[in-house]
Design a protein around this ligand. Structure first.
Ligand code: DON
Length: 322
């Protein structure tokens, strides 16, 4: 309210901004951009490919929703920055990064490779790195407590709204997770995990975090919390320290879009994270957060409509940070 009265809102003419974004949304909706819904997790194959939504929340808590913004979708890899942030808060950056690197892998999200110098996963934004950060949360606690803690934090990031969990997605992911098991064994063989890590529990926990569900409406609030240095703009709750946010969005910028991260930085220039469910969430530091959802993804696992939407957004508005 103070900022509104002082005329210092991050987006002074919010209605005009909404109208501009809506025009882009409508243009992208009409485009035939290819891609197909992810099928390697069987339960994701049955999602309606025509769903399309964009939500935005500013750091002042001003919001708008376009399209199917209240439909819950599978969060998948969009959970990776949150898992990494929680690990940072609990263990500190030095400890976390003694188990996971900060380098783009230059490979697909589930590629079987480790850093050359130290045998660690490349970064927390790919499967191997997220399995690793999952092993660093609520260490020594039973799985129900670890999962409970994580969902509590998600709810804070959503301004008090609840995060969903899709049990069939979880069971279907677990049933078809040979690659993730292989990644975990590769890291175990390299001695990358913290001592006493229970490999199966870390994988279970990772599958559960990928099987969380939310709408773009909620994910935009989460993105805005990162844009606002870790304080939720809806509730003013301090969720993460500014240093956690800084570390996390740095790695989202360099590694958040898998082997498209360089091209993304070139064209869009904003910290982002995509998931094979079809969502991409994007942080515009000190301005706000976006989430776009459209299930068809390209061969790298990024939503085709999502890529186009953010490319056009960055062409129209001066958000590019690089
Ligand atoms: O582990 C997996 O393969 C999925 N649960 C997550 C992959 C994902 O979302 C990568 N996305 N682009």
């Amino acid at each position: 309210v103070t900022r509104a009265l002082q005329g210092t809102l991050a987006i002074p003419d919010f209605q005009r901004f909404k109208q501009g974004v809506k025009e882009i949304f409508e243009q992208v909706r009409e485009k035939e951009l290819g891609g197909s819904v992810a099928k390697y997790i069987p339960q994701l194959a049955s999602v309606d490919p025509n769903l399309f939504a964009v939500s935005f929340c500013s750091i002042d808590g001003q919001r708008f929703n376009l399209g199917d913004a209240d439909v819950d979708f599978s969060i998948q890899s969009c959970s990776k920055p949150i898992t990494y942030s929680i690990a940072l808060e609990e263990q500190g950056a030095a400890k976390v990064h003694s188990h996971v690197g900060k380098e783009p892998s230059g490979q697909s999200f589930n590629h079987m490779s480790l850093l050359v110098k130290r045998k660690l996963p490349h970064n927390p934004m790919i499967n191997a790195g997220a399995i690793m950060t999952s092993s660093l949360i609520q260490v020594g606690m039973p799985l129900y407590k670890r999962f409970g803690k994580v969902t509590e934090i998600w709810s804070e990031l959503f301004g008090g709204k609840k995060v969903g969990f899709n049990n069939s997605v979880y069971l279907s992911e677990k049933d078809t997770a040979d690659r993730n098991y292989a990644l975990a064994y590769m890291m175990k063989e390299a001695g990358a995990f913290p001592e006493n890590t229970n490999l199966y529990e870390s994988l279970e926990f990772y599958f559960q975090c990928c099987s969380l569900e939310a709408s773009t409406d909620k994910m935009a609030i989460l993105a805005a919390t990162y844009a606002n240095g870790g304080i939720c703009p809806i509730t003013n709750t301090h969720v993460f320290d500014p240093s956690t946010v800084r570390n996390c969005i740095s790695l989202m910028a360099s590694c958040g879009m898998y082997d498209y991260s360089g091209e993304w930085n070139f064209q869009v220039g904003l910290p982002a994270k995509s998931g094979v469910g079809g969502a991409i969430w994007v942080v515009v530091p000190n301005v706000g957060g976006f989430c776009c959802y459209s299930p068809p993804v390209d061969e790298l696992g990024n939503s085709t409509k999502g890529l186009e939407f953010f490319k056009m957004l960055s062409e129209r508005y001066a958000f590019h940070m690089m």
